[in-house]
Design a protein around this ligand. Structure first.
Ligand SMILES: *[C@@H]1O[C@H](CO)[C@@H](O)[C@H](O)[C@H]1NC(C)=O
Ligand SMILES: *[C@@H]1O[C@H](CO)[C@@H](O)[C@H](O)[C@H]1NC(C)=O
Ligand SMILES: *[C@@H]1O[C@H](CO)[C@@H](O)[C@H](O)[C@H]1NC(C)=O
Ligand SMILES: *[C@@H]1O[C@H](CO)[C@@H](O)[C@H](O)[C@H]1NC(C)=O
Ligand SMILES: *[C@@H]1O[C@H](CO)[C@@H](O)[C@H](O)[C@H]1NC(C)=O
Ligand SMILES: *[C@@H]1O[C@H](CO)[C@@H](O)[C@H](O)[C@H]1NC(C)=O
Ligand SMILES: *[C@@H]1O[C@H](CO)[C@@H](O)[C@H](O)[C@H]1NC(C)=O
Ligand SMILES: *[C@@H]1O[C@H](CO)[C@@H](O)[C@H](O)[C@H]1NC(C)=O
Ligand SMILES: *[C@@H]1O[C@H](CO)[C@@H](O)[C@H](O)[C@H]1NC(C)=O
Ligand SMILES: *[C@@H]1O[C@H](CO)[C@@H](O)[C@H](O)[C@H]1NC(C)=O
Ligand SMILES: *[C@@H]1O[C@H](CO)[C@@H](O)[C@H](O)[C@H]1NC(C)=O
Ligand SMILES: *[C@@H]1O[C@H](CO)[C@@H](O)[C@H](O)[C@H]1NC(C)=O
Length: 842
């Protein structure tokens, strides 16, 4: 009886609904709540009674938080009272009116707040209303982490713009609103061509964002559709703005430059044409009539097929200013993306997409209106695993700028691989561009610090969807959390931020903290190691899904994400002396460092220089041997994540434990797919073998094509390097099962048995693994139900998947047999079986 009761209580300590929906705002009970509950005032005074006020919301959050965390019921009022002990939340102005000037509060910047827990009364005072809500979340975050030390401090944002960009599509009637690069389910805002009626998720999203001080969301894709401007849709986005408003989050929208033509019926979209100007003035007036506090517009023009001012012989600044002037009377901001580039000719050694942003924008500095912010991707190409900082930041001295980051892991495993991004972001934010020979950190350029601009900050592409986990992956939420924290204060430490998130998301267990910290802090480097290193970029398929390996796709096309790999050499020559001249786009000191082979750091070597495969790095290794070693080490690191996570069993609620375990197992298998594909590709291209003889040599594998096949046939895989020994087998019919079997020649013993197969989205084939007369495992090729990444329709590096059965007892001479039952277009494709002795991963 007692035992049963104990188990019941233990399971209660995982609050119900641990499905990720509350993110880091769970307000889970503190283990030693009763010790602290008494010291917290029993009244909250929220100095605004309007239900749309963030101050009002702050009162409700404080009440719910104290109830959840401390089990304490606290009364809430909106009238100032003279009670000796209360929690007072409001603006500094409202406080001053009610109680007189608060003592010790320094002058706050816009959206800054003051938190004072030293006296009997707790003061949470914002420079404005949303800042008061930020303060309330900060206070709750500290008590949720068990920190009750009295403090009094003010904090101010690094920069005013702390936005997120959702790439949600409105326009696909028929389907649920898709999200471009969305891996967490369909849009929370749009459904079948309309704005959703139910605003619950929009409001929950705003709550998460307010707690990390994000102040605006651009809700629709930068590849925008003019239909957004219809009266029905303006009303729809008005409802979204209404849902955001109590959280102090503003709404922004992306515009399609051609709207005057495609939607307004005008013959042109020329930004200097009077009719076009009045079109935008009218539209903007209509929108502000419904959403008086709209944040502004985001525009992607003359980029990747999008229309823009250049087609009317107008400058990009003319284009930006058109919108800026429309929103100006309403206090709005125009975010203008610098992601403008043309298709290039691969045969031109000096052509370089990395040059495009500076080429297009440098002469426009000073030509943008004051409420324009040029939004610059962190690197010159496109959200790669490592890029040098975009040199455009150093050219925009008279223009406000924002850095564009990506929480969506478009090129970084699409939320199926754990990659904690702040260490990558820090390489950008902390970079010193040495403009005019002076300290010029990127984080100071995007704030007003370095060039004294009125606006600036950051925007992150975020792909939350209707999945309860928001991003498809529980662990990926650390990136969203950290984005907000760094947008507010880029000097914060990546690991400190992570650990706050872990405590808030998973609780206090020391082992949980240590394990998630270790995995997360290693994850970016591991991913870089097994995807693309030395600055070569993520060697993914850039023409298709941006997910699995396909290094050949980088070159011989017009996209300019080139590696220029050939039989003897690899890397982009971006020097001024003999290459594309990109290094010369940086201020002199930085340019000199990158121009010179010897002073370019190894991690960016192939970004800047074209070298022989046997060029020796500063580390002493050759380029090619570094490739081989790093890919083995990165994949080895990913293998450790699974047992690390398994050591947390019982310490995390089962729903989140199992969901994370599933993805880490997937990642450990896919990291081997990456490792082998990249290594075999370059071993084949260069003809230089791996000194350690690992590449191309897999003694524990039995290739499917070498097994005895019945109802299965051998097919070559494209690209060749994404199948072991280049071949796979598929069933000969799409209705009848096939079998592949082989006699095991390894000594008797205990083995981990891994099966590599291809899981396509066109069906759910069934597989069985038999050893001797034992059925070892049965599974389905149903990644489409479990992984939210881009569609994967072929046998290649996106669909290649590994499943592992640990601790299998095998007798020499037994038969290993796979039975594959095709389903739909999925012909139970199979690559190999690995029979791995303890400690070997291959
Ligand atoms: C109360 O909140 C409303 C809505 O945000 C705002 O318009 C009003 O100015 C606030 N009142 C005070 C006194 O701050
Ligand atoms: C915009 O949406 C409409 C209506 O759904 C659709 O017909 C049109 O093709 C879309 N245009 C673009 C450029 O996506
Ligand atoms: C709105 O959506 C939430 C979940 O996001 C759901 O719980 C609620 O029942 C829905 N409300 C209506 C009226 O459909
Ligand atoms: C102004 O814009 C609204 C919303 O798009 C549209 O319905 C209306 O017809 C426009 N009026 C004029 C005069 O263009
Ligand atoms: C833009 O200018 C170019 C050359 O100056 C000219 O050939 C072209 O016709 C012009 N295009 C438009 C749309 O005015
Ligand atoms: C690229 O340039 C080469 C050499 O000038 C030329 O032969 C080729 O047609 C060009 N390719 C494209 C796609 O423009
Ligand atoms: C969320 O995604 C997971 C994994 O893709 C899936 O199993 C689950 O059904 C989804 N849940 C919701 C509510 O969409
Ligand atoms: C200089 O550029 C040419 C292409 O124009 C290239 O073939 C050559 O390898 C480069 N030289 C060096 C030293 O990198
Ligand atoms: C990445 O590879 C490098 C070079 O081989 C190695 O030093 C480092 O430990 C690896 N890191 C991870 C996390 O795999
Ligand atoms: C590389 O692969 C090609 C095509 O499969 C093959 O013809 C060639 O012999 C391979 N080269 C090496 C060095 O393995
Ligand atoms: C597997 O089959 C290939 C031919 O497809 C053959 O060259 C190779 O020797 C075989 N390997 C083993 C280990 O039997
Ligand atoms: C199965 O194969 C037959 C014959 O090749 C083909 O007509 C049919 O469309 C296939 N069915 C599916 C579901 O792929």
């Amino acid at each position: 009886m007692r035992r049963v009761l104990f188990t019941f209580l233990a399971s209660l300590s995982f609050a119900s609904g641990e499905n990720g929906l509350n993110g880091w705002l769970r307000y889970a009970p503190l283990p030693d709540a009763s010790q602290h509950a008494g010291s917290i005032p029993a009244t909250i005074v929220a100095l605004n009674s309007s239900t749309i006020s963030p101050v009002y919301t702050a009162g409700l959050e404080l009440q719910a938080g104290l109830k959840g965390i401390l089990g304490k019921t606290v009364s809430l009022s909106h009238q100032s009272s003279t009670e000796a002990s209360s929690i007072i939340v409001g603006t500094v102005d409202a406080y001053t009116k009610a109680y007189g000037r608060p003592r010790g509060v320094p002058k706050l910047d816009e959206e800054g707040f003051w938190l004072n827990t030293k006296g009997n009364t707790i003061q949470i005072l914002g420079q404005n209303e949303r800042a008061a809500l930020y303060g309330a979340f900060e206070y709750l975050s500290s008590i949720a982490q068990g920190s009750f030390k009295p403090t009094a401090y003010a904090t101010n944002p690094n920069a005013p713009i702390r936005w997120v960009n959702q790439w949600d599509n409105l326009d696909d009637s028929g389907t649920h609103g898709s999200v471009e690069r969305g891996y967490g389910g369909p849009s929370i805002f749009f459904d079948k061509g309309h704005v959703v009626q139910n605003m619950t998720r929009a409001s929950q999203y705003a709550r998460l964002l307010a707690s990390i001080r994000v102040n605006a969301v651009v809700v629709n894709n930068v590849n925008a559709n003019a239909t957004l401007l219809s009266a029905e849709n303006i009303e729809g986005i008005g409802r979204i703005a209404d849902a955001f408003r109590p959280y102090g989050v503003q709404l922004g929208i992306s515009l399609n430059f051609a709207s005057p033509e495609t939607f307004g019926g005008l013959p042109t979209a020329d930004p200097l044409e009077t009719s076009v100007i009045s079109f935008w003035t009218n539209v903007t007036t209509q929108i502000y009539r419904r959403i008086p506090d709209m944040a502004g517009y985001l525009v992607k023009a003359n980029s990747e097929g999008q229309p823009g001012p250049l087609q009317y012989n107008r400058t990009l600044a003319d284009g930006a200013n058109l919108f800026a002037r429309a929103v100006k009377p309403h206090g709005g901001i125009l975010m203008f993306r610098a992601f403008v580039y043309d298709q290039l000719n691969y045969t031109d050694w000096k052509a370089d997409r990395a040059n495009a942003a500076v080429d297009f924008f440098k002469d426009l500095d000073g030509k943008f209106d004051d409420n324009v912010v040029v939004q610059i991707k962190y690197g010159p190409i496109d959200f790669q695993v490592r890029e040098p900082v975009s040199p455009l930041f150093s050219h925009m001295k008279k223009t406000s700028t924002a850095v564009e980051l990506q929480v969506a892991q478009e090129y970084l495993g699409q939320q199926n691989h754990l990659v904690y991004l702040p260490p990558l972001w820090k390489t950008i934010l902390d970079f010193d561009l040495r403009v005019d020979g002076k300290k010029s950190l990127v984080r100071d350029i995007i704030s007003s610090e370095r060039f004294n601009r009125p606006l600036g900050g950051s925007a992150a592409v975020v792909n939350v969807g209707t999945n309860n986990t928001w991003l498809g992956s529980h662990l990926a939420m650390s990136n969203l959390y950290a984005y907000g924290r760094l947008a507010w204060d880029p000097t914060e430490d990546s690991q400190d931020i992570l650990q706050d998130w872990i405590r808030l998301t998973f609780g206090f267990d020391k082992r949980v903290l240590n394990v998630i910290t270790k995995m997360s802090m290693e994850s970016w480097q591991a991913y870089e190691n097994y995807s693309g290193n030395l600055g070569i970029q993520t060697l993914t398929d850039i023409l298709y899904t941006h997910f699995g390996p396909n290094p050949a796709s980088q070159d011989n096309n017009g996209w300019g994400q080139w590696t220029r790999a050939d039989r003897n050499t690899i890397g982009m020559d971006r020097t001024v002396s003999n290459g594309t001249g990109f290094s010369g786009q940086y201020p002199a000191e930085v340019a000199a460092r990158y121009e010179n082979l010897e002073t370019t750091p190894d991690e960016l070597l192939l970004w800047f220089h074209h070298v022989k495969y046997d060029y020796r790095l500063q580390s002493g290794k050759t380029v090619i041997q570094h490739f081989y070693d790093a890919h083995y080490e990165g994949a080895a690191t990913a293998q450790t994540f699974v047992p690390l996570w398994e050591s947390l069993k019982g310490k995390i609620d089962s729903e989140r434990y199992e969901a994370v375990l599933f993805r880490l197992k997937y990642q450990s298998g896919h990291s081997i797919v990456w490792r082998d594909a990249i290594n075999n590709f370059y071993a084949n291209l260069s003809g230089i073998p791996d000194e350690a003889k690992r590449v191309g040599n897999y003694p524990w594998r039995i290739e499917a094509e070498n097994m005895t096949l019945s109802g299965y046939q051998v097919v070559p895989v494209t690209p060749f390097e994404t199948a072991s020994k280049y071949n796979a087998v598929i069933t000969t019919s799409n209705t009848t099962a096939g079998t592949a079997s082989s006699t095991i020649k390894f000594p008797s013993g205990i083995y981990n048995v891994a099966v590599n197969y291809f899981d396509l989205n066109g069906g759910r084939a069934q597989y069985e693994l038999h050893i001797g007369d034992k059925l070892i495992g049965k599974w389905f090729g149903n990644n489409e139900d479990n992984l939210g990444h881009e569609p994967f329709a072929y046998l290649d590096g996106h669909s290649a998947t590994r499943i592992t059965f640990p601790g299998i007892k095998i007798q020499k001479g037994e038969t290993v047999k796979i039975v594959g039952v095709p389903n739909g277009a999925e012909l139970a494709p199979l690559d190999y079986v690995s029979i791995l002795p303890h400690g070997i991963v291959d």
